[in-house]
Ligand binder design. Structure first.
Ligand code: ATP
Length: 312
């Protein structure tokens, strides 16, 4: 039986970077009142150190593995078909993995199962070689950074919003992260700089500015795994380019799970997973999938002909 598992602290950390879009965020706060918790399993362990290796001597921090994962939303009504069915893949440390496919195929759901926002109903999700259910949840969540189109900022100063990811960060660290995310100059141009209060009723930031603050926050957190939810962007082209450059930097050297809509990031991905109706229908590099002439190839052709249509 699928359950929603929302421990307050860990959830806040996930939720902060997670889309406020639509029902999800409202639902999260609804569930906060119920105060359910992911209770760590007896003997739960922290995520292995960066130096840990598997039996073959390969590094494991940053590896994300789905092993015959099945999932069904608790409130899923329709047609009895599971949301994810028999999904297996391995993303190696540092790899950039793009998930593409038709709307509603289950791409975003894949990303929810990694931080245990929802629990797989069958099979196993492994993080750094360990079943996520056997990891201390705080430790798991601290190793995952999420950037999505809809960014939640607290009604607090920019500095406080950034420090949420790393309370002990120095001013210099904040600035370095903001520079890397291409947002320092903008912040510095505000009358109150990093003390500018944002969020609800605060200083109004553009979508692109908010996103870059979210990227700076992820850089401060320095997670082994980055989840990018590229839901179709409302950003203008220039702003999108700046955000894209910041994201490219943020994903370098880090396992990246991209729910991909931008052709450019898909084409250069180390591996592409094509999700259709809750299953991985095809996998491979762009060149391999084009040569295969299947679903991906036709999606790609469609988009190449009509560039304004997203890949998913
Ligand atoms: P898109 O490209 O449109 O974002 P997606 O491939 O990311 O789509 P998901 O968001 O993972 O698809 O959704 C997969 C399926 O699960 C869809 O049928 C969707 O309606 C359903 N679904 C998503 N969230 C929930 C939820 N909270 N409760 C019940 N069903 C859900």
């Amino acid at each position: 039986q699928a359950r929603l598992l929302f421990p307050l602290m860990a959830l806040m950390r996930v939720a902060l970077d997670l889309q406020t879009s639509g029902a999800l965020f409202a639902r999260i706060f609804e569930y906060l009142d119920l105060r359910p918790a992911i209770t760590d399993a007896p003997g739960a362990r922290p995520v292995p150190e960066a130096t840990a290796t598997d039996a073959a001597g390969r590094p494991i921090l940053g590896r994300v593995e789905f092993d015959r994962v099945a999932f069904r939303y608790p409130d899923a009504d329709h047609d009895g078909r599971p949301t994810l069915d028999d999904v297996s893949f391995t993303i190696e440390p540092g790899q950039y993995a793009a998930f593409v496919g038709p709307s509603g195929a289950g791409k975003t759901t894949v990303s929810y199962l990694v931080p245990r926002l929802y629990e797989a109903t069958g099979g196993a999700v492994r993080f750094a070689g360990v079943d996520v259910r056997d990891l201390e949840h705080e430790s798991l969540v601290s190793n995952i950074g999420i950037v999505s189109q809809e960014t939640y900022l607290f009604h607090a100063s920019i500095a406080e919003n950034l420090r949420y990811a790393k309370p002990e960060a120095s001013d210099e660290e904040l600035e370095a992260a903001a520079r890397a995310a291409n947002i320092h100059e903008t912040i510095a141009s505000f009358p109150e700089g990093y003390d500018t209060v944002v969020g609800e009723r605060g200083y109004r930031l553009s979508g692109g500015e908010k996103q870059r603050i979210a990227i700076a926050r992820v850089l401060l957190k320095d997670p082994a795994v980055l989840v990018l939810d590229e839901a179709t962007s409302a950003l203008d082209t220039i702003s999108e380019r700046v955000v894209q450059a910041a994201l490219d930097d943020a994903s370098r050297g880090r396992t990246t799970i991209a729910i991909a809509h931008r052709l450019s990031t898909v084409v250069s991905a180390d591996v592409i997973f094509v999700v259709v109706a809750g299953r991985i229908a095809e996998r491979g590099t762009h060149a391999e999938l084009i040569a295969q002439g299947g679903v991906y190839a036709s999606l790609y052709r469609e988009q190449a002909e009509r560039p304004e249509v997203p890949t998913a």
